[in-house]
Design a protein around this ligand. Sequence first.
Ligand code: GDP
Length: 327
Amino acid sequence: MNITDMAERIKRGERRALARAITLVESGRADHRVQATELLAALGTDREALRIGLSGTPGVGKSTFIESFGLMLTQQQGLRVAVLAVDPSSARSGGSILGDKTRMDLLSRDPNAFIRPSPSQTHLGGVAQRTREAVALCEAAGFDVVLIETVGVGQSETVVAQMSDLFLLLLAPAGGDELQGVKRGIMEMADVIVINKADGDLKATATRTQADYAGALRLMRKRPQDPDGYPCAMTVSALEQRGLPEVWDSLKELSDWRLQAGFWDATRSRQARYWFDDAVRTALLAQLETPQAKAALAALGDAVAQGAQEPAAAAAAFVRDLQTYGG
Ligand code: GDP
């Protein structure tokens, strides 16, 4: 595979090249990893999209929202939209809560949209790095907005927030006492809380839920990265396509403000450092998995068990020689 050629095609926005590149970054093969790293370096970071993380529990309407919101962005705002997913369930079990791209039928056929289901990997850490790299590929391909979807189960929100400029939490209409059901940490991550299903019989409940969350947000400590009025809570109907331009206006207002105030760049720098640290840790852990490293660990472990070596001294010797074990 010619990496320079692939990079050129991606920059021209060729979808097939983008899809192949994402497959490349998702691959666990060592030679693919080398090529993926080369490709990302060749693409650089001069194109930026608005990266929007989106989370919500199963059934809250994430796919319906992404379909309606995505179509609003492509058709009314003239934007190009990519959709990626981080699915913690597929990381653990091979199964998927988020399903595949057939969920967003109309959007997946839109020439200005690109939808990619979650990579299946054995652990969330790997999925997160791969998805972050896929985000970078979509940016290089000239998408204006990258939506990164995840399921509201905890850890995956944190990693999605680490690759997003803005974080959107999707909730269903519910009685006031259920407000506590949303984990505080996840609420604190949200820039915009969107109460979906504000239609039909659910409309009044949705409006009440929105007021409850707006109140809860006002009680939270003000974050430096927010102008007045943010984080905010709004209602939409993804099904009836209501309230979606308003959500977009809020996201734009917030991102424009952060850009002006310097928080945009500061956040991206902090995130780059996070992913660097993460990659270093991952690479070091991978070194423990080579056959030579495993053999050395076993041999030194035996020596320690038999009292022939001190644990600390054996560990220091192991770490010193780790580089020579190869990979
Ligand atoms: P996901 O699991 O979060 O991706 O949720 P889905 O998008 O699959 O939606 C779950 C169910 O909620 C489906 O039956 C949708 O038709 C329904 N739904 C989604 N959005 C709305 C909405 O705005 N209003 C109403 N009434 N139902 C909705």
